[in-house]
Design a protein around this ligand. Structure first.
Ligand code: G3I
Length: 339
């Protein structure tokens, strides 16, 4: 097929994403706003940002009467200045092993009291960013991390399985226009967990909960993803009439494997190609430069999971992303034939 000329050869990755009509996002911490190399590369490449940590309950609302809006305010101002969308991450995340939910919330055992705290938190945060944050992870990681059951979080222990629908309902009341999501990890790695995620979303939709989207995080720890897995999961979720996105993509390289950067680029290519072909409208990466990645702390240094290296030089993975977006932008009629 002869290449079409819809997107100029010199187009930036960001322009290609816009021309393709998709969201290309990255996680971002407010502290990096002071680094012009970071912000310049981000503005040139992405169309959306997700606060990596600053919006988590632990950070933004550490005590019942203490709110720390400054970092998210700065991120939202930056986004507005540079015409970037913002995704809110995350209103509820039960995690106790890492900073996510403050101890004072985990100490509330009375259901009505916990509901009141959840409603106040969700409403206060969403109303503050009304019209400026257009989509939200209302509940992050409702399933067991490496199992296939609903995680018995503090919220579930106190409120029962209905806590998910309750949280979504509170979010809908706080902002009728926002897109409301659940966001899950390792569903693309554990087949039984993929089934559980589809069942969970199906149940919420069947019960009339205001669920608009499901996020597949896609931290691809194995360095590759089996062909068809992402396409299959996205298709099953999209069939429920919700938007589906990859929300936290990163691809650690395998130490000592041959051609690590090429394998990594192929994995990014597969994720992009399958997600968009199966109906995603967004892919967000969990950062973009190997200089700042949570993987260094989690798997150890040197796993270089992102498409720019530590000095902000593009890696083969960025070229793969560029090519996939260019192809998508050229596929103007959306018939999957590239023209
Ligand atoms: O900012 C505090 C600092 O004040 C404190 O002294 C220090 C001591 O531990 O911690 C600092 O906070 C750290 C924070 O990142 C900001 O750097 C936390 O310890 C650390 O646990 C936290 O890790 C984040 C993690 O979520 C837990 O919130 C990672 O950066 C972030 O990339 C990671 O992101 C998650 C997504 O939200 C959900 N999906 C999985 C993904 C990876 O774990």
């Amino acid at each position: 097929v002869a290449p079409s000329t819809t997107a100029p050869k010199s187009a930036s990755v960001r322009e290609l994403a816009d021309a393709a009509g998709v969201i290309l996002g990255t996680a971002m911490s407010a502290e990096l706003l002071d680094d012009p190399q970071h912000t310049d590369t981000l503005i040139e490449t992405f169309t959306s940002i997700t606060p990596e940590n600053d919006l988590k309950w632990e950070f933004i609302h550490p005590e019942p009467d203490a709110w720390n809006f400054g970092p998210v305010d700065r991120l939202v101002d930056f986004a507005e200045e540079h015409d970037l969308a913002v995704k809110g991450h995350a209103l509820l995340w039960h995690q106790t092993a890492v900073h996510a939910t403050p101890d004072w919330v985990l100490a509330i055992d009375d259901p009505d009291e916990l509901r009141t705290a959840m409603r106040e938190h969700i409403t206060t945060v969403m109303e503050r960013y009304d019209g400026r944050i257009d989509r939200w992870d209302v509940v992050n990681e409702p399933l067991q991390t490496v199992g296939a059951e609903v995680e018995d979080t503090h919220f579930r222990k106190v409120l029962g399985d209905g806590y998910l629908a309750e949280a979504l309902g509170m979010a809908r009341q706080a902002d009728v226009d926002a897109e409301l999501c659940i966001n899950e990890t390792t569903a693309e790695l554990i087949p039984a967990k993929a089934d559980a995620l589809v069942r969970l979303a199906e149940g919420l939709v069947a019960d009339g909960a205001p669920l608009d989207c499901v996020g597949i995080q896609a931290h691809l720890f194995g360095g590759t993803v089996e062909e068809g897995v992402i396409a299959g999961l996205v298709e099953r979720l999209a069939a429920l009439d919700v938007d589906v996105a990859i929300t936290e993509l990163d691809v650690p390289v395998l130490p000592d494997a041959p051609d690590p950067l090429e394998v990594q680029a192929d994995t990014y290519r597969t994720a992009f190609a399958e997600c968009f072909a199966a109906g995603c409208r967004e892919i967000t990466l969990w950062g973009f430069t190997d200089r700042h990645t949570w993987i260094d702390g989690y798997l150890g240094p040197g796993r270089a999971p992102l498409p720019f290296d530590e000095d902000y030089r593009p890696k083969p993975a960025l070229e793969a992303i560029r090519e996939e977006l260019a192809w998508l932008a050229d596929d103007a009629d959306g018939d999957g034939t590239g023209g």
